[in-house]
Design a protein around this ligand. Structure first.
Ligand code: MRU
Length: 334
């Protein structure tokens, strides 16, 4: 990849600002945890694994700056981070992992606590890189030379610490010499497919065609899609999948047309504490993202808007879960 989604530089977090892609490739750097929270809320940093990694670094960075009155402060930072976005479980998973480290080393010197927190955040990042690689290898076994793949939203390098989840499969196919063609749903309303997936795949010279979300059904009916691969924000024990709004519609279309539908996810996206997708909290976004997306007003003043950021696809629509452990028919198989 010729860009870095997240990086720790001199105990500061550096991230690519995804709100200005693809027009500008611009980075921000901060050692202020509140700025990192704002970046998560504004979707400068986005995608389930990337949010978790950013939160882990934010906690370590906050601890480094405060150096005092730790118990209360660390919990306050953790709670503010938890409040940034509700759906991706990776955020909560990473914060809990960091708090476990804090509790384990709470009686050590301040310097030791800080070192351990940075070490753990780096481990979370490194493990994500490795899981992405493995997801790519496992998923590529499903794809033949010449296949076409449809994807929704962005589950690529921009959404993770590594080469992505759904897009990792595509990058791995390319490395293995398989020629593939990708159709990227633009992904209303924030256009992660158009702004991010199309850009990312272009950078890596993967044949990508951008389509409006409404075009997916027609392409499937014409027999032009061999596979659908999407990422996930949270997958529950029964295999239900929360992912970007519109994923459910794509899954239903895929089933209707006999196209296999795969969900790529690292272990950090599997929420073992929830039984079904009904228990997942779905984030709602502001009406302006729908009525004035990217500055242009496209709806009448004061119109009522409902804008869930994610939906839940029931497990019955999923042909395979592509995880870092392998190809799974269900989540409980492990
Ligand atoms: O609102 P976003 O852009 O954070 O939503 C991202 C998605 O829905 C991704 O598909 C998901 O987080 C998986 S990323 C590997």
């Amino acid at each position: 990849m010729n860009f870095k989604t997240l990086e720790l530089v001199d105990k500061k977090l550096r991230w690519i600002d995804q709100t200005v892609l693809p027009l500008e490739v611009s980075y921000k750097t901060s050692d202020d945890y509140q700025e990192i929270i704002t970046a998560i809320k504004r979707l400068e940093v986005r995608g389930a694994p990337a949010i978790g990694i950013a939160a882990a670094f934010a906690l370590a960075i906050a601890a480094e700056k405060e150096q005092d009155t730790y118990d209360e402060f660390i919990l306050k930072v953790a709670n503010e981070l938890r409040d940034s976005r509700p759906t991706a479980v990776n955020l909560f998973w990473a914060i809990d992992r960091m708090l476990d480290i804090y509790v384990k080393y709470a009686n050590e010197s301040t310097e030791d606590i800080i070192n351990e927190l940075f070490y753990e955040a780096k481990c979370i990042h490194k493990e994500d890189i490795a899981m992405c690689q493995q997801i790519g290898l496992n998923g590529a076994t499903l794809i033949k030379d010449g296949d076409t793949i449809l994807t929704h939203c962005n589950a690529g390098a921009l959404a993770t610490g590594g080469i992505g989840t759904a897009l990792a499969v595509m990058y791995t196919c390319k490395e293995q010499g398989k020629k593939i063609q990708v159709f990227a749903d633009e992904t209303r309303p924030l256009l992660q497919g158009a702004r991010l997936t199309a850009w990312e795949l272009q950078q890596e010279n993967i044949d990508v065609t951008l389509i409006t979300d409404n075009t997916a059904g027609m392409l499937m009916r014409q027999g032009k899609i061999d596979h659908v691969i999407v990422g996930a924000d949270r997958v529950t024990n029964n295999g239900d999948v929360a992912n970007k709004i519109g994923t459910y519609a794509v899954a239903v279309l895929a089933k209707e047309h006999g196209v296999p539908f795969y969900v790529a996810l690292p272990d950090s996206t599997y929420d073992k504490s929830l039984e079904t997708g009904d228990e997942i909290i779905i984030e709602e976004r502001s009406s302006e993202e729908v009525t004035k997306g990217f500055g242009n007003q496209t709806a009448p003043d004061n119109v009522k808007v409902y804008s869930p950021a994610f939906d839940v696809t029931p497990a019955e629509y999923v042909s395979y879960y592509i995880t870092d452990k392998g190809l799974q028919k269900g989540m409980r198989e492990e």
